[in-house]
Design a protein around this ligand. Structure first.
Ligand code: ZN
Length: 366
């Protein structure tokens, strides 16, 4: 997922990335709006009538790029409030249905969440009104007038769509924050998520009956988003206050880079471990797992060394970091275990199983 995004630059210190799907959509929108022209209720839509063709395409491409900038501004609206309140934003990625901000943590303060969730739609609303206002000052039918009017309208639609009371839209967060002022956070999330799912089901049924595939797609997106949010909240709330050192195993077994895969297999069998940090001297130089082993044909195991198959890219975590941070890192990198390092020394290893056990224990307590 990391590699499928293009870094555009930094705004307010946050890296802004473009998902490749957005690139296609920019071109698609440019093409679509250059190819039609329609009058609806006294306003013109589309650049299809503009001559010569070069000018038509130029307007259409600029329109598409400005529209994409508006989506980015919506996202930066959220980020601005977050940064102002001391919440770090790792990056913003623009997808074809909008943006996603990777926050270090989602604020569990309802008032702050209300402000943050509201900031994005507020930016879109202001941009929308500005576009429409400017358009009415220009000649109806002039290329710039058409562009501003359409931009204004689309920003208003973006605002309304995001205010739908369903995760993962901003409206879902507003709803949760409002519930959270009256009940515990997990319960508020569950209630907001079930409203999101209900919305998704209604959209799905409407989509089926009207053969509207976009609606079916949005319904699916909303349903998955609502479920994910529910799960993520449950996990981060139940792991609250748990640190990596509380759940890691500090009895770390390591292997040598020169060990053969044959020996590694026997080692794994005996100790019932599925992965090991690879250590040379005092330094951790990689991680080798059962799936690395399984990639190599059986017959080559005797003369292939660990160093040849191990993963060299190393993600590590500190012992005093939050357990939920380890969880997020594993999910994001799609790995099952993290070496725990302190002052450059390997002090433990934390696995997905350790986290699952901790979540089960913690949620059993209350
Ligand atoms: Zn938003």
């Amino acid at each position: 997922m990391m590699n499928s995004s293009l870094q555009l630059g930094k705004i307010m210190g946050i890296p802004v990335q473009l998902h490749w799907s957005f690139l296609l959509v920019i071109l698609y929108i440019a093409w679509a709006f250059a190819s039609f022209s329609q009058q609806v209720l006294g306003r013109s839509y589309g650049f299809g009538e503009i001559e010569p063709a070069g000018l038509r395409w130029a307007y259409s491409l600029i329109f598409s790029l400005v529209l994409f900038t508006c989506v980015a501004l919506h996202e930066l609206g959220h980020s601005y409030i977050a940064l102002k309140n001391g919440i770090a934003i790792r990056s913003i990625t623009l997808y074809f249905f909008g943006g996603v901000s990777a926050m270090e943590e989602i604020p569990r303060n309802p008032r702050l969440e209300l402000q943050m969730a509201f900031a994005g739609p507020a930016v879109s609303g202001i941009l929308g009104l500005m576009g429409i206002l400017l358009a009415t000052l220009l000649d109806e039918g002039s290329p710039l007038g058409i562009m501003l009017w359409m931009l204004g309208l689309l920003n208003i639609i973006l605002m309304l769509f995001n205010l739908l009371p369903a995760f993962p839209m901003d409206g879902g967060r507003l709803l949760r924050a409002w519930f959270a002022t009256q009940m515990p956070y997990i319960k508020a999330t569950q209630r907001a998520a079930s409203i999101g799912k209900l919305f998704a089901i209604i959209m799905f049924v409407l989509g089926l009956f009207s053969f509207n595939f976009i609606l079916l797609f949005v319904a699916f997106f909303v349903y998955v988003g609502a479920s994910e949010e529910e799960k993520a909240t449950q996990i981060s709330v139940s792991l609250e206050g748990t640190r990596v050192m509380d759940i890691m195993s500090d009895d770390v077994h390591t292997v040598d880079p020169d060990m053969t895969l044959q020996d590694l297999k026997e080692h794994m069998f005996e100790e019932k471990h599925r992965g090991y940090p690879v250590v040379s001297g005092d330094e951790v130089i990689g991680v080798v797992t059962l799936s690395d082993l399984q990639r190599i044909p059986q017959v080559d195991h005797a003369d292939t060394r660990v160093a040849e198959v191990m993963t060299r890219k190393l993600y590590v975590i500190g012992p005093s970091e939050e357990a939920s941070a380890a969880m997020m890192m594993m999910n994001k990198m799609n790995i099952r275990r993290l070496p725990v390092m302190s002052d450059g020394r390997l002090v433990g290893i934390v696995s997905r199983e350790d986290l699952v056990r901790a979540i089960e224990l913690c949620s059993g307590q209350d």
